[in-house]
Ligand binder design. Structure first.
Ligand code: B3K
Ligand code: ZN
Length: 881
């Protein structure tokens, strides 16, 4: 466990490194008991540094130092000073070679950062600061060096030895051992280093680049998984093609390798030429993976591939600039997925993530700017704000400039900065210079945290035919930033005006540049009062305070030419209806469902023309976690009952329609991943979930569900039944769960789904079954996917986690404490459901605070968890409290 002090690091304190590194020669001697690392580093004084002392500090954590020599002369222990987080070498000359030997213990590495073992295979994870757990080094992204890596290991346990770049030598050694040497010609920061050694097989293919180079593509997995890599390989080739076509960006090494491992802290890692992936984002077959899994794989493969230019060739100067590579690369992967599948559905999915998770983060104690000003543990800042809001910031620039100018900006960015470590400001400058668009005010999106809120007022003058729109913006206080000190954002507002027949009136311009606190826009000579379709395509990550009435929303649902806004109108209408019903439950009244809403849903169900995926999406009600954020004081029980009431009522009134659509879309024939096929499955399965919406559904519907389960030819249809039935108190629920377990118990990824299904059930016994499952052979506390699937999923189960007896809170706190010393990154992620504690009623606040305090009080708590709980306890801005 690390003994580092938990100190805060500030962006304003950035200084250039005192030394630079030209070359690094690494030699890994791997054995079953340990790994000895030799590092030969060529240092050179940085001409840009003002510091003249010659003192050199190298990061290092948990290393056993065996030997240290400068220019061939071994140093005695009084020539250097070991500290908690590194080594100080005083008075170094301007150029010198450092030889280091250290010993590390990959088997004991439970944090899964640095060099560790997963299912017996060695692999590394260095971003952000894991390289310092391998050797002493200038472990910061603005130090870029050429790496040569020699690996030696047993031929039997590690027949495959991989690192970044090109394989330049390999050979046999004595005692059944062998070695390889990899050379990476591209200078890179240490966070992009990777090593993999193990018993793996590969699926091989190739890609011819636009300049005619042939690239070898290899996906390495454990032998039993080799037949599940086809989709990942296809996705990789599509990504390479797309980046050439869209951005003119070509791959630069002769080989591109992907390795799938089961134990991984996040999704995947873009190490140069050697991506390491969570096996969840590589392995798929129609029997084991859902449509969502297939799309996830395509998106993550694309994401890591796109990092080769946005992240690797041009990297971050420091970790405050993380969104420079992550926001931009998420934008690129979203665009890729839109082009490969359905643009409208992709946008809806991305906005759901933003609203459910990023808006919540922005409204709580962890709110931070896209370019943060400080952090304690950088691993806590791989957030939805850095990634997803960061992508929205890029998307807004794209909207403001148009596709052509945006491309010019990207070209200039690469031309200026290829091979450099740069800042978010450098990116904006390239975009502004290439397009001539002034982005000075726009930069506030990088520095101001919080979700802007827009107030809309409409004025119609029927005599003159003038329609006037008044828009005001505010941004609530967030940690370290008071509302009154925030400046107006530059917000691109895409919009349309609809006539009473539902046609666009086409006002001539469709993007408003909203840049002051309040602005007024006039449209003249209109023949009738228009219906406003605002924020088309979700053109900015803002909240618009409800201003349209239900008739208008229903009208937009049926008529808007922008498919995103058609969906959004359904979303906003459902939100209003559920919140109203929740309120009547709170008041002890018996609720009734607004007939206007029922009619709007019926129109969706009888719509024969629209895209089925979109119709399916429009039928999914906003999640409880999202709706909760819209309440002044969150009341989990009534909210849950309110949402359930709406689902049950719709099922009761529109039962025939749900049945009919299910039947119409039931027979799919061959499993295809086209948007049409996925759309049919989505629509059918949403209808199925309505049919089983009650605690005790109609027996004929249960039978229909059982038929879909037992006849199911693909995981999408099978999981849909389990998900729908998991909230029903009927014997078939357990029957199916047991059947599913028996069938899939040997497939770890399918078992993750099985755990999640049980952890997300809204039935009252859920916590008890989660506690039982902790002891089940399908669970393992050492595997991050299992922890996320069971404990993480329970934390997101709004009604069960927030049971008023506080048992859910106590359970989660215990798990966080147990995981903290083993894997602080994973423990830290689990704290999220506690972060909004001040938004709940007094009794729940007391219960949650008690658990946060209990965690905070633990001696030797990791910096990761400590930063999260301390912020939750001590930050006082909760905008709605
Ligand atoms: N860059 C990595 C994330 C690293 C997380 C370190 N805690 C994956 C990605 O965003 O592509
Ligand atoms: Zn990334």
């Amino acid at each position: 466990m690390s003994t580092r002090k938990h100190s805060t690091i500030y962006r304003k304190d950035y200084q250039v490194p005192d030394f630079l590194i030209n070359e690094l020669h690494l030699d890994f001697i791997l054995s079953d008991k340990d790994c000895v690392v030799h590092a030969k580093t060529v240092f050179q004084k940085n001409p840009d540094s003002q510091v003249t002392s010659g003192d050199l500090f190298l990061h290092g954590q948990g290393l056993e130092l065996l030997n240290i020599a400068v220019d061939g002369v071994e140093l005695s222990s009084d020539n250097y000073q070991l500290t908690n987080d590194g080594v100080i070498l005083p008075g170094m000359s301007d150029t010198f070679i450092l030889d280091l030997s250290t010993r590390i213990y990959p088997d004991k590495n439970t944090e899964l950062e640095g060099l560790y073992r997963s299912s017996g295979n060695f692999c590394t994870q260095c971003e952000a600061e894991g390289f310092r757990k391998i050797t002493y080094y200038l472990d910061r992204p603005d130090v870029m060096a050429r790496f040569t890596t020699r690996i030696e290991a047993s031929k039997t346990s590690c027949p495959v030895l991989l690192s970044n770049g090109n394989l330049v030598e390999e050979g046999d050694l004595e005692e059944g051992r062998h070695f390889v040497i990899w050379e990476d010609p591209f200078p890179k920061p240490s966070y992009l280093f990777a090593l993999v050694a193990g018993d793996l097989v590969s699926l091989n293919d190739s890609f011819e680049t636009m300049s005619g180079r042939e690239i070898d593509l290899k996906i390495f997995v454990e032998k039993r998984n080799r037949n599940k890599c086809g989709h990942a390989m296809t996705s990789l080739k599509k990504s390479m093609q797309w980046d050439e076509e869209k951005f003119g960006l070509e791959y630069d090494l002769d080989m591109y390798m992907i390795v799938a491992v089961d134990d991984f802290n996040m999704g995947a890692m873009e190490n140069k030429g050697l991506n390491v992936f969570n096996s969840k984002y590589v392995l798929a077959s129609k029997e084991t993976a859902t449509d969502q899994d297939y799309l996830g794989i395509e998106g993550v493969i694309g994401h890591e591939y796109f990092h080769n230019w946005t992240g690797n060739r041009v990297t971050c100067r420091d970790w405050f600039q993380l969104s420079l590579k992550e926001g931009l690369t998420v934008f690129r992967d979203q665009e890729f997925s839109s082009d490969m599948n359905s643009r409208a559905i992709q946008r809806i999915e991305d906005v759901r993530v933003l609203r459910n998770f990023q808006f919540r983060e922005d409204a709580g104690p962890m709110a931070h700017p896209v370019r943060p000003d400080s952090f304690v543990e950088i691993n806590n800042f791989y957030t939805v704000t850095i990634y997803n809001k960061g992508a929205e910031v890029i998307r807004m620039m794209h909207t403001l400039l148009g596709a052509e100018n945006f491309r010019k900006g990207m070209d200039l960015y690469f031309k200026r900065h290829d091979g450099q470590a740069v800042t978010c400001d450098d990116f904006v400058s390239a975009i502004a210079d290439a397009s001539g668009v002034d982005l000075e005010q726009f930069k506030l999106w990088h520095s101001q945290s919080g979700t802007p809120e827009l107030q809309i007022e409409e004025h119609w003058n029927s005599n003159s035919g003038e329609y006037r729109l008044e828009i005001a913006q505010t941004c609530p206080s967030t940690p370290g930033q008071l509302q009154e000190n925030k400046k107006a954002f530059h917000i691109p507002l895409c919009f349309g005006l609809l006539d009473s027949a539902g046609k666009d009136m086409n006002p001539g311009k469709d993007v408003l540049h909203f840049r002051s606190e309040r602005e007024s826009y006039s449209f003249e000579n209109l023949p009738e009062k228009p219906v406003l379709s605002l924020l088309r395509g979700f053109s900015a990550p803002v909240k618009i305070m409800p201003w349209q009435d239900r008739e208008q929303l229903a009208f937009l649902m049926a008529n808007d030419s922008d498919p995103f806004n058609r969906w959004d109108a359904a979303f906003r209408l459902s939100e209003a209806v559920i919140l109203e019903i929740t309120k009547s439950l709170q008041n002890g009244e018996s609720p009734t469902l607004d007939p206007l809403f029922v009619a709007a849903v019926k129109r969706i169900l009888t719509d024969q023309r629209s895209d089925k995926s979109l119709l399916g999406m429009a039928l999914i009600l906003p999640e409880e976690n999202y709706l909760a954020q819209q309440m002044t004081v969150i009341d989990p029980d009534n909210l849950h009952e309110g949402r359930k009431f709406v689902r049950q009522e719709l099922c009761r009134v529109l039962h025939g329609e749900f049945r009919q659509i299910w039947e119409e879309n039931c027979d799919q024939g061959e499993y295809k991943l086209t948007p049409e096929s996925m759309g049919k499955r989505r629509l059918k399965n949403v209808c199925l979930s309505y049919l089983l919406a009650g605690n005790a559904p109609d027996q004929t519907d249960v039978e229909l569900a059982l038929r879909q389960y037992y006849d199911g030819q693909n995981m999408t249809d099978i999981i849909a039944v389990l998900a729908a039935i998991s909230n029903c108190e009927i014997p078939e629920r357990l029957e199916l769960l047991e059947h599913f377990y028996e069938k899939w118990k040997d497939d770890v990824l399918v078992m993750d789904k099985w755990l999640t299904l049980q952890a997300t059930s809204s039935l009252p016994g859920t916590l008890a079954s989660v506690q039982e499952l902790m002891k089940h052979p399908a669970f393992s506390i050492t595997n991050p996917n299992k922890v996320r699937s069971l404990i993480g999923a329970f934390g997101s189960n709004h009604v069960c986690f927030h049971r008023d007896n506080g048992e859910g809170y106590c359970f989660l706190a215990e798990q966080i404490l147990a995981l903290d010393s083993r894997n602080p990154q994973i423990a830290s992620r689990l704290t999220t459901p506690f972060s909004t504690w001040k938004r709940y009623d007094g009794a729940r606040q007391v219960l949650m605070k008690k658990q946060l305090q209990r965690i905070a009080d633990k001696k030797g708590l990791s910096g990761d968890v400590s930063e999260m709980v301390r912020r939750s306890l001590h930050v006082c801005f909760f905008p709605n409290s």
